[in-house]
Design a protein. Sequence first.
Length: 439
Amino acid sequence: MRVADWLAGDDREVAWRGDQPLMLSGMHRQVLALTHRLTAQPGTHWALCFDDSYRFCVALLACWYAGKTPVMPGHSRAALLDEMQEQLDGVLCDMPLGVSLPLLMCDDAEAQGQLPPLSESAALVLFTSGSTGVPRQVVKPLAVMEQETRWLSTLWGESLRGCRVIASVSHQHLYGLSFRLFLPMTLGLPFSAQPLFYGEQLAQLPRDCHYAFISSPAFLSRLDSTLDAPACELIVSAGGTLRVSDAEQVRQRFGCQVSEIYGSTETGILAWRRCDRPDAPWRSFPEVRLEQVTPDRWQVWSPLIGDNNGLTLDDRLNMQPDGGFQLAGRHDRIVKIGDKRISLSEIERRLTDLPEIEDAVALIVTRHDRQAIGVVLSLNSTLDEAALHQRRQQWKRQLQRWLEPLAMPRYWRIVATIPVTTQSKRAWPLIEELFHVAD
């Protein structure tokens, strides 16, 4: 089913919010009303900032039917949206936001009538952490999103008949958008308008239904081993590698093996695997082609990638004789903490934008099997201990405007100069040694 057909056909439950079923006919009327409002607005690029997945879907469709381009900034911080003013004409949201851009609140208004045709050139814009720390814009044509959903429908569509879709991940990023919204809308499955924040919410779900659960390693690893879990036909994890022990615990609780997805915002989905044994191999989707172009670099080609030259992967791969592969680490400065993709370069850039900081380096610090961000700073002036403590509190408050909680530095080191090698590159062994003594 194409996106142009999502609102067609017999009335059905398209989503639910608490005990309230949300019907396809109501979604059609709400999309039409918001389409009228958007058509009257100037400009083309509108940021979508929504907590509620149903209202997000209404806004997404209304943007396309109004001839606008929906933009997904990733989160809803007012400082970030204001920083993107040159790339945006307005903001659509279901929450109060103190932004200087034109703002339209999704108010659930309805209208009667027919929707205009959906443009063949419809697209959406996402942002992902670039290796330079500056968010990288990624344009996804609607046709590419539909192609990706067809792959997923081929893989799982038959087994998901009659399921309801629940999720602990945000629709504001590509993984959540594809699996939490595009997949159920295409297969005609009801989806939850509200995300799961806690494992206890799973125990409150009706037991007379079967579910597809879209989640992440961070959420699945926190599940209580005594959880009274609902029946799931599919559990999907992405955003990082799920530990074997966590996958096994999930299988025991739900009676369902976890399936993992490998891909990125730039590439879309590339491969999947079922976590049914340690070191289960990744399997590429049929139309994805991987090729080793240097001893440690891999290139990928896929219909989901607009560039005919393909893309160079930031991951190292170990290919197996049967065509499966294992992931063997990353080349770039993007790291994963929990299920969050964090740019170390952006943390460094935000720090060096502060007036007292001359240079900065960020890295992962592991303490007691938990990972957090550590930073090493050199300053342009000398501060005593009391003044340094005060400045650090100020820096944290300033960084909170830009960084997600998991990206906030937890461990701080101040040095006269950041260690470098004779080639003027970061001396990582010396930098890491600064964190050998616990705070």
